[in-house]
Design a protein around this ligand. Structure first.
Ligand code: B4P
Length: 199
């Protein structure tokens, strides 16, 4: 399998680029944000718990998210690979993901980290809030709280994968196709060395 993490602060374009990448490479998309929003829409107990955190711009507790990922991996045993979008977001989530993949004799091939200035992030999310109906996008103080959570808890995840030499920084500012091309160039380099992913 070829497993990829698309990493970056809120609003860096993870969701936007993931849609294009899964279509090009046939990977299974796992977005914890989408999974959580689907739980909220279905008004499940997990969704109700998650909503309390998401509406404040806080991360949902690790055990909730890790449980969701474990189920998603089990439900997709025969895929070419996974594209993890918005996960892992804490060092504990990163360690748990490595262990879950190890149980399947698998691992992360690369983390592509989108680099976007804070000013641009706030602008993008606020703009999306005008139309998305997402309660965490239409309030500047919640947007800023999400960015603070990112610096306090999520940025360390890149350090975790740096220890294994798996992080590649990609400029996340510019047009959507330009950024997509930069991501594809990095993936293509690695796929050439990964026989498992090319079949
Ligand atoms: P997510 O759903 O992961 O969303 P996000 O980080 O806000 O956005 P993303 O980076 O995907 O941005 P997008 O492409 O949409 O998280 C939401 C919440 O869920 C979190 O705050 C947290 O509470 C919870 N959560 C999720 N995963 C969790 C986990 N693992 N652990 C704990 N809690 C978790 O882009 C944003 C906007 O920018 C869009 O409007 C897009 O059109 C625009 N855009 C994209 N690329 C652009 C470009 N190049 N130029 C201009 N605009 C661009």
């Amino acid at each position: 399998m070829f497993n990829l993490i698309l990493f970056g602060p809120p609003g860096s374009g993870k969701g936007t680029q993931s849609e294009k990448l899964i279509s090009r490479y046939g990977l299974k998309h796992i977005s914890t944000g989408d999974l959580l929003r689907s739980e909220i829409a279905r008004m499940t107990p997990l969704g109700q718990e998650a909503k309390n955190f998401m509406d404040k711009g806080q991360l949902v507790p690790d055990e909730v998210v890790i449980g969701m990922i474990s189920s998603a991996l089990d439900e997709n045993p025969k895929v070419k690979g996974f594209l993890f979008d918005g996960f892992p977001r804490t060092a504990a989530q990163a360690e748990a993901l490595d262990k879950l993949l190890e149980l399947k004799q698998d691992s992360i091939a690369v983390m592509l980290a989108l680099d976007v200035s804070e000013e641009e992030l706030v602008m993008r999310l606020h703009k999306r809030g005008e139309t998305s109906g997402r309660s965490d996008d239409n309030n500047i103080s919640v947007i800023k709280a999400r960015i603070v959570e990112y610096h306090n808890k999520t940025a360390a995840v890149a350090d975790y994968y740096r220890n294994f030499d798996k992080v590649v920084m990609v400029n996340g500012e510019g047009s959507i196709p330009e950024i997509f091309n930069s991501l594809c160039a990095e993936i293509d380099k690695r796929l050439q060395n990964s026989p498992a992913a090319s079949n």
